[in-house]
Design a protein around this ligand. Structure first.
Ligand code: B12
Length: 386
């Protein structure tokens, strides 16, 4: 590709709403070097799909035969914090979830990107594949390789312009583009990820220290089993009792290791050309969440990423948050949830009721409980035979 065509493409993609547009050349085995160790340690928890396409994830040319380049795209989703909710125990949402589902909105941008590749660079539709999250591509590693930023000790791709508030997307293509250089190469001895982790972090360890569940196995390496983001979003089952207090008020995802990063001082409000804010979600109170039913769940969370955890998941998380408030005002709603049709919800409601000192309110339900997981929660609270 000539430099002028590559730069024209970059400019048009930026105009479309991609704040960062960078290029990398394939292959580069260094990018996938840490994946085996991560999977072998079991850090993917129950995300079996992470191990399934291991070879493809390590080498995008196995995803698209004859691929020569990757286009790495970043969308700034930072927006200044709005005034805090009047409710002191308001549920906290991962910042990214307060937008219409980025998988949908960025996908529209990616189909435009495909059209530009065809128009400007003469690509045929079979010459490229575009992904946001959805493909077996190590988006952060490749983004670091292309110099979009560096991999922080918090494992995030940190940009010097945007901090860690970038959504990433990628296009694998058979076209040949000139690679953008990584920020700087440096080996970090003893780090299994090899290159570059924490490159511009200096001695800062704020993210590692702030993690409420000690999820970092080492700098740059997240053990999903301990990560609040994994537990509240990806885990479909019981959340380990030992982690529940650390979840605090986080009802969906966790931004602690992002929020504390000093590089965010450079972040500026995004253009949001490819995003659609859902500020209405900030108004949803914990009390609202605890009485969600299938209809209200579908209505409130329509088109957001939160819908993926389904009603049972959000009620489960809300029970934990309610238990963590220490506020007995939530007891009536929690006792009602201890009789919910889903055992997953009942189990966490039982925990929360006990945590708020209302165990005696469950005597009738306890006697009638038949599900083994829920009975285990009763037994854990009160070791007398259930
Ligand atoms: C699985 C997954 C998770 C899992 C596991 C997280 C993890 N640390 O791997 C869970 C559910 C826990 C999770 C949580 C979150 N996630 Co997530 N997640 C993914 C997903 C689908 C795959 C990540 C993956 O491959 N992990 C495996 C490990 C081994 O890979 P890795 O950490 O990326 O490390 C590699 C590189 O860093 C590389 N490397 C490091 N430095 C360098 C330098 C050079 C030069 C080279 C060559 C290579 C290299 O070595 C490693 C191995 O190859 C990606 C989307 C995608 N397809 O990439 C989104 C993604 C990583 N998640 C994202 C987000 C936003 C989050 C959350 C912030 C959500 C939230 N608020 O709750 C948290 C953050 C947790 C954290 N600190 O990592 C964004 C990150 C954007 C960014 N700026 O970094 C992504 C890219 C989604 C997207 N399309 O925007 N996530």
């Amino acid at each position: 590709m000539t430099t002028s065509l590559q730069e024209r493409l970059r400019g048009q993609l930026q105009a479309l709403g991609f704040d960062e547009v960078r290029f990398a050349r394939l292959p580069d085995p260094a990018v996938g070097a840490g994946l085996d160790a991560w999977l072998d340690a079991g850090y993917q928890a129950d995300m079996a799909w992470m191990a399934k396409n291991r070879d493809k994830r390590q080498d995008p040319t196995r995803v698209l035969d004859g691929a020569r380049s990757l286009i790495l795209l970043g969308v700034n989703y930072w927006s200044a914090p709005s005034s805090p909710s009047a409710e002191s125990n308001a549920p906290r949402w991962a910042r990214y979830s307060l937008y219409a589902d980025y998988h949908d909105t960025l996908r529209e941008g990616l189909s435009e990107a495909g059209r530009l590749l065809e128009e400007i660079c003469g690509a045929a539709p079979q010459d490229y594949r575009a992904y946001v999250d959805t493909g077996p591509v190590l988006e952060r590693g490749w983004a670091a390789r292309s110099g979009m930023g560096f991999t922080g000790k918090n494992a995030m791709l940190i940009s010097r312009q945007h901090g860690n508030w970038l959504f990433l997307a990628s296009v694998i293509t058979r076209l040949e583009f000139a690679a953008d250089p990584p920020i700087r190469r440096r080996e970090v001895p003893g780090n299994p990820l090899g290159a570059q982790v924490g490159l511009l972090c200096g001695t800062c360890t704020r993210c590692l220290d702030a993690c409420p569940t000690q999820a970092f196995a080492r700098p740059g390496v997240v053990d999903s089993r301990r990560c609040v983001s994994y537990q509240t979003i990806e885990n479909k089952g019981i959340i380990p009792r030992a982690l529940r207090a650390g979840i605090g008020q986080r009802v969906y995802g966790c931004d602690v290791c992002l929020e504390v990063c000093p590089w965010n001082r450079f972040a500026r409000e995004g253009r949001r050309l490819l995003l659609s804010a859902r500020d209405d979600l900030r108004e949803v109170s914990l009390a609202d969440l605890l009485v969600l039913n299938p209809e209200s769940f579908a209505r409130v969370f329509r088109r957001t990423p939160i819908k993926r955890v389904k009603l049972g998941g959000i009620l489960r998380n809300a029970c934990i948050v309610a238990g963590n408030t220490g506020d007995p005002v939530h007891l009536p709603a929690l006792v009602a949830l201890a009789g919910h049709p889903l055992p997953l919800v009942r189990a966490h409601a039982v925990w929360a009721v006990h945590r708020l000192g209302g165990g005696a309110m469950l005597d009738g339900l306890r006697a009638a409980e038949t599900d083994a997981l829920v009975r285990a929660e009763y037994a854990a609270e009160d070791p007398l035979p259930a």
